[in-house]
Write a protein that binds this ligand. Structure first.
Ligand SMILES: [Zn+2]
Length: 282
């Protein structure tokens, strides 16, 4: 069965000048539409859902627009965009779908900045973390974005229900994730190492896990590992097919939440490749 894509045109309504801008998702949507995917529209998350991860002061600050940093602007009405993006992840988890709604989320911790990092890296609420908390399920979070998800690691550090596994470029923003700490398993990889080495590392990482522990898999699906993007690991479209295949082989209900990936043309084709690899191997 073809995975449904969670999307709302509303998520294009901010940040035209920023690298994390509407064009990346607009183009992604057009490509997935041309490939015949079905789209579903989410509702915004409630305050209670957001508060399952974030503290009340931080929620207040996002609502009031008091969250400006050098990467992460306090756009007008950012609370509405950010809560809709959480809603996208929540719906993706219910239907085992793929949310392509922006803004992304994996750099933001409980009260904003995470693990001492000086910006929130284009993130407002941690979409995937809120969704995993809400599900209450024992979950493997597989973070394939090219940056370390310092927010997600901070939120779940020491949580027995969740294992966080990240493959990311180092050195790069946010500078965390150099080593494995308890339930946060980190692979810091060199720029442009290429698909073959990447997939060998992913295989090694997945082989370390006791899969009987998990009821679900949540993928922080970033595509800035694509050659030439912000955290390139030298991956090309076909490599995402191989990653999708490996997720299917975990044999758990899975859902997918867009993180980075800043060239819309690549992101759209990479998501299609990833989902074909996933679906053909279920
Ligand atoms: Zn990234």
């Amino acid at each position: 069965m073809k995975t449904k894509i969670v999307y709302s045109e509303k998520c294009l309504g901010y940040g035209t000048w920023h690298i994390e801008g509407p064009q990346r998702v607009k183009t992604t949507h057009e490509i997935l539409q041309s490939k015949g995917y079905e789209f579903v529209e989410p509702k915004p998350a409630t305050d209670d859902q957001i508060l399952s991860v974030h503290d009340a002061d931080y929620l207040f600050n996002v609502k009031k627009g008091l969250v400006e940093d050098s990467d992460t602007p306090a756009y007008k009405n950012i609370f509405e965009f950010a809560s809709l993006s959480v809603g996208g992840a929540l719906l993706a988890s219910k239907i085992n779908g793929f949310s392509i709604i922006r803004p992304p989320g994996h750099h933001v911790g409980r009260s904003g900045n995470a693990l001492g990092v000086y910006t929130r890296g284009f993130c407002y609420f941690n979409n995937i973390a809120i969704t995993v908390k809400e599900s209450g399920k024992k979950t493997l979070i597989l973070d394939i974005d090219g940056h370390h998800g310092n927010g997600t690691q901070e939120i779940f550090q020491g949580d027995e229900k969740v294992t966080y596994l990240s493959l990311h470029q180092s050195p790069n923003y946010p500078g965390t994730g150099s080593f494995t700490e308890g339930n946060s398993i980190n692979f810091a990889l060199q720029k442009d190492l290429g698909g073959k080495c990447y997939l060998e590392t992913l295989d090694k990482a997945l082989a370390m896990l006791d899969l009987t522990k998990f009821e679900a898999v949540a993928v922080s699906a970033g595509f800035d590992t694509h050659t030439g993007d912000l955290a390139t690991l030298g991956l090309v479209e076909q490599d995402y097919f191989e990653i999708g295949k490996r997720v299917a082989k975990l044999k758990k209900p899975a859902f997918f939440v867009l993180e980075g990936g800043y060239v819309g043309q690549n992101v759209g084709l990479d998501i299609d490749s990833f989902l074909r690899g996933y679906e053909e191997n279920l």
